[in-house]
Design a protein around this ligand. Structure first.
Ligand SMILES: [Zn+2]
Length: 268
């Protein structure tokens, strides 16, 4: 059992239950309807932003809840994030079944997204990445803390999902419902979860905020590694639990400035 867990871990949350399919082979889920092209462009831009910002490389993915139906979400087909365009976006139900695949394959780890959407009514976007500076905090008992105001959402901590605890020796990937559900359970009500020897998950009430959190979790991890070396065992004056929510409230209202800047860098 990892020593550090988010204090909000045990909070209850509303669930969006997927439709009961009655068992057996599942029918193709019905689409929630067409999505504005501009929305698809935004989601594709988010994928390219995450690549441009160094959060994802050949792997990693971002999703958003369908604007018209909370029981559906949108996500690229399996593709390197920097290459995603609006035409690559697929629609899934919360059991991660494609509504219309058109011969395309979804990401193996799409269960991270579907299982979080099932239990987190407050989450409308999810990012999964293997961004490198975060990895050490999933391997050690050093809790990630908020080093600066842009990462204030980390002031209450980031729980660590260790896939080995429940599933033993695996390929480390969250490739089915059970693993996704366990990750969502460990994440609790936190905005971020770390994944031992794998990566992390960032979430948010909107696409720009989930991307903002993914970017600043990576930056924060690097700053914490630097601060730890500089402190040489001494204290680190990170944001405390009172400062965190106050600073994060500002971040949520101003994330659009970062979004607009980052999007301009990746528009063709
Ligand atoms: Zn992964």
């Amino acid at each position: 059992m990892r020593l550090f867990q988010c204090p909000c871990h045990a909070a209850s949350f509303a669930a969006y239950a997927p439709a009961d399919t009655g068992g057996g082979s599942r029918p193709v889920p019905a689409s929630a309807g067409p999505v504005d092209r501009a929305v698809l462009e935004e989601l594709a831009a988010a994928s390219r932003i995450l690549a441009d910002q160094g959060v994802v490389d050949a792997f990693g993915h971002v999703s958003m809840r369908h604007p018209a139906n909370p029981n559906r979400f949108l996500m690229s087909r399996s593709l390197a994030p920097a290459l995603v365009s609006a035409d690559d976006i697929m629609e899934f139900d919360l059991d991660c079944e494609a509504c219309e695949s058109k011969g395309r394959s979804g990401f193996l780890e799409r269960f991270i997204h579907g299982e979080i959407y099932k239990v987190r009514a407050d989450v409308n976007s999810v990012v999964h990445s293997h961004s490198p500076s975060i990895i050490p905090f999933g391997l050690t008992n050093v809790p990630m803390r908020a080093m600066f105001h842009n990462a204030a959402f980390l002031a209450e901590g980031a729980p660590v999902f260790d896939i080995r605890e429940k599933f033993g020796a695996t390929d480390m990937l969250v490739g089915n419902h059970a693993k996704g559900a366990e990750l969502a359970r460990v994440m609790g009500d936190c905005p971020i979860a770390l994944m031992r020897a794998h990566g992390s998950v960032a979430s948010g009430p909107s696409l720009p905020i989930a991307v903002f959190r993914a970017v600043y979790t990576e930056k924060n991890a690097l700053l914490q590694l630097q601060s730890t070396m500089l402190a040489a065992g001494g204290p680190i004056a990170a944001l405390d639990s009172e400062e965190g929510p106050k600073a994060d409230a500002v971040n949520i209202t101003s994330a659009s400035r970062a979004w607009d800047l980052w999007k301009r860098r990746v528009m063709n």
